[in-house]
Design a binder for this molecule. Structure first.
Ligand code: UDX
Ligand code: UDX
Length: 434
């Protein structure tokens, strides 16, 4: 099938590349000329494991193409996905002006039937607005349908998630749209759930909000564990053995970040208020996540006392491992809070440093792990990259001014760390601390 993708970002590019990998002909459109120039040289503008290889292969097989003009996509592609960004406004509401702009651009060019699919995460009723917008420009209803097909990819494992989906949600309002989307997803061999548009839109917001709530919940449990000397990893394991709860997304941390959970929670909360069905629990989740970052910083202050002019080595800047994405990374708030207390930050991340430099000021960026640790008064581990899980701890102890580690990702065993002579502070496992 010929598929158009409007918006070649974290979601659009990986989705487009994976569709091409599954045998479709894909045209990715983006109005960022620099991005398109890079992609035309088969270079990925983002770090995403496995993506570069798929790009190389599908471009070589002439199944994946890039352009900055939407004309070709509307002319040649029967199914067009809207994957532009939906950034949050000041009040948390999703800014849908790019979605509207793209809908108008498509409408103006419609000459034969096209299925327009929203893939960007959008609040409920956006599909209805897309349809209204198109209708205002192109009244011929036989020329288009609007559908919703939310993505559930996690950055860092996006390629795997798209190629091995646990479900495909098709929000459609007629059999023609359903048939086309079913055909598109046939090679993926995954369970398909067909719903109306609004339910499909809600599945995405509700799923992300539920997952974020799960993380906030275990982080609150971690704080109670710290208070009584229990182990949150054990509590999570015990809870997760109940199939009604399940083991995933119960990893205590410095708080969730990224371009989805914080933004989607705020947008869902705002939408619920607008609809007169206020979802107060979501505001509590947002508050709890903010508090978790402060909780980590307070641990540092409680144990180092004055931070003024103390050097803190920070390992990890990206909002999670295996991505270079810094959007809403909890590390930004944490580093800024440490800096506000007078701490000097030296930091390293295997992939996110270039993006970090755009948002974090007055940080000394180091070339590698051990350079970051060297001479620091304490080490803070903020992202769970594999290489931070395998530190040469004897070397770390020698390089640090004093053997103090704040681990925001629970990468090590507190008892072992104590044996090795570290003061090791983590999240919800005070047993090994003194
Ligand atoms: C996506 C979604 O669309 C968002 O709703 C979801 O919650 C997270 O994933 P993402 O892919 O991460 O956003 O955004 P980004 O990497 O910024 O990509 C969006 C792309 O759309 C950019 O490359 C931008 O240049 C392009 N764009 C934006 C257009 O081509 N046209 C526009 O009018 C606006
Ligand atoms: C998320 C959803 O998982 C995905 O389905 C959706 O389509 C987009 O949003 P993503 O934001 O890429 O994906 O990453 P995810 O793995 O969900 O992690 C989000 C944040 O939660 C990260 O900051 C991560 O460190 C944190 N997290 C995750 C925890 O703190 N604990 C956990 O147990 C899981």
């Amino acid at each position: 099938m010929n598929i158009g993708i409007i918006g070649a970002g974290y979601v659009g590019l990986v989705t487009g590349a994976c569709f091409a990998h599954m045998g479709h002909n894909v045209l990715c459109v983006d109005n960022d000329l620099k991005k398109i120039a890079m992609l035309k040289k088969t270079k990925s503008p983002i770090y995403e494991p496995g993506l570069e290889e798929i790009l190389q292969d599908t471009v070589k097989k002439k199944r994946l193409h890039f352009t900055s003009s939407i004309d070709e996509a509307v002319r040649d592609c029967e199914v067009i996905f809207i994957c532009v960004n939906t950034p949050p406004k000041e009040n948390g509401e999703a800014d849908l002006s790019y979605v509207e702009g793209v809908s108008r651009d498509i409408a103006k060019r419609l000459k034969s039937y096209r299925l327009i699919v929203e893939k960007s995460t959008v609040p409920v009723q956006t599909g209805m607005w897309i349809a209204k917008t198109i209708k205002s420009i192109q009244p011929k209803k036989s020329l288009y349908d609007v559908a919703s097909n939310p993505e559930f990819l996690r950055e860092g494992s996006a390629v795997h998630d798209i190629l091995n989906p646990d479900r495909i949600i098709l929000g459609v309002d007629n059999p023609r749209a359903e048939k086309l989307l079913r055909k598109l997803y046939e090679p993926f061999k995954a369970p398909v759930l067909v719903t109306d548009l609004k339910s499909s839109e809600l599945i995405k917001h509700a799923s992300n909000s539920f997952l974020a709530t799960k993380i906030a919940f275990i982080n609150q449990v971690a704080r109670v564990c710290d208070a009584v000397g229990a182990d949150v990893e054990m509590v999570a394991k015990g809870m997760g053995l109940d199939p009604r709860i399940g083991p995933s997304f119960l990893k205590a941390s410095i708080g969730f970040g990224g371009f989805c959970f914080p933004k989607d929670l705020a947008a869902f909360h705002r939408m619920s208020e607008k609809l007169g069905a206020p979802f107060h629990l979501l505001q509590e989740v947002i508050n709890s996540n903010e508090a978790q970052k402060k909780y980590f910083v307070q641990k540092v202050i409680n144990n180092l006392w004055n931070l003024n002019n103390k050097n803190i080595g920070v390992l990890g800047l990206a909002f999670k491992a295996n991505t270079d994405d810094m959007r809403y990374s909890p590390t930004i708030d944490i580093i800024e809070m440490l800096q506000a207390e007078g701490a000097k930050i030296q930091a390293y991340d295997p992939e996110a440093m270039e993006r970090a430099k755009l948002v974090l000021k007055n940080v000394t960026y180091k070339k590698g792990t051990y350079e970051t640790i060297e001479g620091a008064d304490a080490l803070a581990i903020l992202t769970e990259w594999d290489e931070f899980k395998q530190l040469d701890l004897k070397k770390v102890k020698k390089l640090l001014k004093s053997p103090v580690i704040f681990d925001g990702r629970n990468l090590y065993d507190p008892k072992e760390m104590k044996k090795l002579g570290f003061k090791y502070y983590c999240i919800g496992r005070t047993q090994g601390e003194d």
